[in-house]
Design a binder for this molecule. Sequence first.
Ligand SMILES: CN(C)C(=N)NCCC[C@H](N)C(=O)O
Length: 288
Amino acid sequence: MPVEEFVAGWISGALGLVLGHPFDTVKVRLQTQTTYQGIIDCMVKTYRHESLLGFFKGMSFPIVSIAVVNSILFGVYSNALLVLTATSHQERRAQPPSYTHVFIAGCTGGFLQAYCLAPFDLIKVRLQNQTEPRAQPGSPPPRYQGPVHCAASIFQAEGPRGLFRGAWALTLRDTPTLGIYFVTYEWLCRQSTPDGQNPSSATVLVAGGFAGITSWVTATPLDVIKSRMQMAGLEQRAYRGLLDCVVSSVRQEGLGVFFRGLTINSARAFPVNAVTFLSYEYLLHSWG
Ligand SMILES: CN(C)C(=N)NCCC[C@H](N)C(=O)O
């Protein structure tokens, strides 16, 4: 099993993550808290209350965890294509796989990464939702003092299953949308690249950016549900399951609830995925 795709996926995931984390914090807060009137309001309040550091809350942890999950996504995707088409990454420009194979390989990567991502994503969302300013003398400490403390507290309060809160919604979000992600990327690359040649850096940037936007636009409804289920253990709201979360969110806030965070998700998706794909392709190309 070729491993370079896993390593390239990890490095490129970490680069994209640093670039996208401030957008991600605003998105998570908009999806789970009702105190903000929109993106700008959320940004201004976060800055005033918590300074620039507020946007980077919980980032160190995703770099070593979620970026590793990105390596699972890209590694499984490439190895699934190897199984389906018997072509390596280097051979795929000369013998491009069918879009059906790309979709199946993307869904497989999405399904497996979702399961590994679930506990890490839960901890990220819980830390991002802590709106207290950084520790000041005399002020009460935040509920979670860091990722390890957060994981231990969830484990103590809710048991091991607590760490997988929202995992179903995450799997349903990621399985089809990662199929869409890789199909969009491949399709856009092939549209602007002569047969058999490697896409230019500009093409990779644009195709990666739009792949990110397309997949996140389709993922946003389940992303909202996932984030709410992940916060449900903490808040008064308790859902009996995914469907209950969907129904009660729509009853209370209307269908618009599914589009919460859509703009910020899309704005974040372009630069993050442009950089992710560019660095991924570059690394694999330079390793031969
Ligand atoms: C729609 N979904 C779930 C995705 N496109 N996932 C792939 C993640 C790529 C990048 N790290 C990001 O966070 O956008």
